[in-house]
Design a binder for this molecule. Structure first.
Ligand SMILES: NC(=O)c1ccc[n+]([C@@H]2O[C@H](COP(=O)([O-])OP(=O)(O)OC[C@H]3O[C@@H](n4cnc5c(N)ncnc54)[C@H](O)[C@@H]3O)[C@@H](O)[C@H]2O)c1
Ligand SMILES: N[C@@H](CCC=O)C(=O)O
Length: 516
C-alpha cells in the first residue's frame, strides 16, 4: 500500500544556487514586510480594523499585520465552510487528490519564500524551516496514498447480500495549530480534512499568521473551491471557545498546550443548541520528554543526541528532551560530554537569517517564562552551562544545562518549552524508567544503551507515543515514525497515517437484499 511513497528531501544550502535562492527569498520577505493581510472567508478577502501584529523573534521588528477575526466573522466562516461542504463532500476523491497534487507542486515552487517567511516569523534556521516544509509535503503525499485506499471502503466477508462499507466525510472542521510548526502542522490538518471531503476553518497561532496566510493562499491557487479552506486568525481567548462551541463545527483538530487542549476537549463535549452530532476532537499536546542513558551507552553519541534534542530550535519542539536521566556511574562523564557539545552550539547562536545552530525563542512571553525557569533552576540545581538571557535585539536565551536536579524539582516536571535541560541521576535502569514515566505526559522518549535486556524492558515499560533507541528524541519522519502522544500529551492520533484520516470520516455500512 505504501508503494510509491518517498519522503521529501531537504535542500542542501551549501549548494551556491540554493543559498542564492534563499537570499533572494529574504529580499522578497523584506519587500513584503509590514504588509497587512486579510481574512479569507468563502473565497472573500476581508480586512478588519483590528489587527494581530506579527513580530520577528530574531529582531523584534514587525513582520506584518494580520486581520483579527471577530465572533461574527467566525460565524460567517463556519457557515461558508458548511455551505461549501454540500458540494465538496460529493466531489470525487480523484478530484480532491488533484487539488492536493497541485498544492504539492505549488509548495515546491514557492519553497524558498515559504522557508524564508518561516525563518523570519518563527526564528527557525534555514534547515529547520526547510525540514518543516518537507514534513508538510510528506503529509500531503501520504494522505493521497491513504485516501486512495480508503476510497475502496472496508473489506468485508462474502455474503448473499450486496454489502459495502464506505468512508464518508463528516462536515466542517476547525484547525488550531501552534506557532512552532506553523506550516507543516496547519497544512497537515487542513489537507487531512479536505482530502477526506470535509471543509476547514483555519485559526493559526497569533505568533505565526503570515506563514499560515501564505499556505492558505496556495490552497486557493491549487483550485480548492471557495469556502473549502478558510482563514480566520484571531485571539484564542476571544474566538477560541466560540469556534469550538459553534453548532456547525463537526470536529476540532488541535495541537498546542495541554491547558488549551483540555479546554477545547471540554468545550467540544458540551452540546450547543442546534448541534446534531458528537464533536470529534484530535488534541496533540505538550511533553516533558526524557532521554535515559545507561552505563553501557556510547557517551559521546548520547551527549550529542541529548544536546540536539534539547537545544535544536531552542528546545521549542514538543518532542524536545528536557530531562536527561543518567545512571550514577556515568553521570559526571555524561554531564561533561553534554556541556562540551552544547558549548559548541552556544557559540553559534544568532538570527535565523544567519542560519546558525541556535536562534531566538518565539516571543516576549516565552522569553520571560523561560527566564523564570532558569532562575528556578539556579535554586533547584547547578547550572553548568548557559543561564544567561538577553532580549535587547531579539528574544535570545543561552542553551542552559542544569545538573544535580532531583526528580521532584519543578524543572524536572513542568514543560518549559525552551532551551533548558535538567540532568537527573538514577541508581538503576529500573529507577531511570520510573523517573521517566513519572510525568503526566507521554510524548517522546529515548534510551542510549547497548544492553539488549534494557532495550526490551524499555520497549514495554517506557510509556510514550514515540520511543527511540540510540537516537535523539526529535525529528520524527512521516511514515517512518508516526507521531502522537500518550496520556496528557494527547489523543495519540499519529499524523501521516491512514488511521489519522479516519478521525475525519464516518464509516457507512450499506446492505442491499438482492432477492427483493
Ligand atoms: N504533540 C504535538 O504534536 C505538538 C506539536 C507542536 C507543539 N505542541 C505543543 O504546543 C505548545 C506550544 O504551542 P502554543 O504556545 O502555540 O500552544 P497554545 O496552546 O498556547 O496555542 C495553540 C493554539 O491554540 C489557540 N488557542 C489558544 N486558546 C484557545 C482557546 N481557548 N480555544 C481555541 N484555541 C485556542 C492558539 O491561538 C494557538 O493557535 C507546547 O505545549 C508544545 O508541546 C505539541
Ligand atoms: N514531530 C516533531 C515535533 C513536533 C512538535 O513540536 C518531532 O518529531 O520533532
Amino acid at each position: 500500500m505504501l508503494k510509491g511513497f518517498k519522503n521529501a528531501s531537504e535542500l542542501d544550502f551549501t549548494i551556491p544556487s540554493n543559498r542564492e535562492a534563499m537570499l533572494q527569498a529574504f529580499a522578497q520577505v523584506d519587500a513584503e514586510k509590514g504588509q497587512e493581510y486579510p481574512l479569507i472567508i468563502g473565497g472573500k478577502r476581508i480586512m478588519t480594523e483590528e489587527k494581530i501584529t506579527s513580530i520577528a523573534p530574531s529582531t523584534k521588528e514587525v513582520a506584518g499585520k494580520v486581520s483579527s477575526c471577530s465572533q461574527e466573522l467566525v460565524d460567517e466562516a463556519i457557515r461558508a465552510a458548511h455551505e461549501a461542504f454540500k458540494t465538496w463532500s460529493k466531489t470525487s476523491v480523484e478530484e480532491r487528490i488533484c487539488c492536493v497534487r497541485r498544492l504539492v507542486d505549488l509548495m515546491d515552487k514557492n519553497r524558498f519564500v515559504l522557508d524564508a517567511w518561516n525563518v523570519e516569523e518563527n526564528g527557525k534556521n534555514w534547515g529547520e524551516a526547510d525540514g518543516e516544509l518537507c514534513e508538510a509535503l510528506d503529509f500531503f503525499n501520504s494522505y493521497i496514498l491513504h485516501m486512495r485506499e480508503l476510497d475502496k471502503g472496508l473489506e468485508l466477508v462474502y455474503s448473499e447480500e450486496a454489502t459495502k462499507c464506505i468512508y464518508t466525510p463528516i462536515g466542517v472542521g476547525v484547525a488550531v495549530p501552534p506557532w512552532n510548526f506553523p506550516l507543516s502542522l496547519l497544512a497537515g490538518m487542513a489537507v487531512a480534512a479536505v482530502i477526506t471531503g470535509n471543509t476547514i476553518v483555519c485559526k493559526p497561532s497569533s505568533d505565526t499568521p503570515i506563514v499560515a496566510y501564505k499556505f492558505v493562499e496556495l490552497c486557493e491557487k491549487a483550485g480548492f473551491p471557495a469556502g473549502v479552506v478558510n482563514f480566520i486568525p484571531g485571539s484564542g481567548s476571544v474566538i477560541g471557545d466560540f469556534i469550538v462551541k459553534h453548532p456547525l463545527t463537526r470536529f476540532v483538530n488541535f495541537t498546542g498546550s495541554k491547558e488549551v487542549g483540555l479546554r477545547i476537549n471540554k468545550m467540544a463535549a458540551e452540546v450547543s443548541e442546534g448541534q446534531k452530532w458528537i464533536k470529534r476532537v484530535v488534541a496533540e499536546m505538550g511533553g516533558k520528554n526524557a532521554i535515559i542513558v545507561d552505563s553501557t551507552a556510547d557517551l559521546k553519541r548520547a551527549a550529542a543526541g541529548i544536546a540536539n534534542s534539547a537545544f535544536s530550535f531552542q528546545g521549542q519542539k514538543c518532542s524536545a528532551c528536557s530531562r536527561a536521566i543518567v545512571l550514577s556511574d556515568v553521570y559526571d562523564r555524561l554531564v561533561d560530554e553534554v556541556v562540551t557539545y552544547t558549548d559548541e552550539l552556544k557559540k553559534q547562536q544568532g538570527s535565523g537569517r544567519d542560519n546558525l545552530a541556535v536562534g531566538p525563542v518565539i516571543n516576549k512571553a516565552a522569553f520571560d517564562n523561560i527566564a523564570g525557569y532558569i532562575e528556578i533552576a539556579r535554586k533547584e540545581g547547578n547550572i553548568v552551562l548557559g543561564g544567561n538571557y538577553d532580549d535587547t535585539e531579539g528574544f535570545y536565551i543561552e542553551p542552559t544545562v542544569v545538573r544535580d536536579i532531583t526528580r521532584d524539582a519543578r524543572i524536572a516536571n513542568e514543560e518549559i518549552f525552551g532551551p533548558v535541560l535538567a540532568i537527573i541521576k538514577a541508581e538503576s535502569f529500573e529507577e531511570a524508567l520510573d523517573i521517566a514515566n513519572d510525568t503526566e505526559y507521554g510524548l517522546t522518549g529515548s534510551v542510549y544503551t547497548e544492553d539488549r535486556g534494557n532495550i526490551q524492558k524499555a520497549k514495554t515499560e517506557f510509556h510514550v507515543g514515540n520511543l527511540y533507541f540510540n537516537r535523539k528524541s526529535t525529528g520524527a519522519v512521516v511514515l517512518q515514525h508516526p507521531f502522537g502522544g500518550f496520556n496528557m500529551s494527547g489523543t495519540d492520533a499519529k499524523t501521516g497515517t491512514r488511521d489519522y484520516l479516519t478521525n475525519f470520516l464516518n464509516l457507512k455500512s450499506v446492505c442491499e437484499d438482492l432477492t427483493y
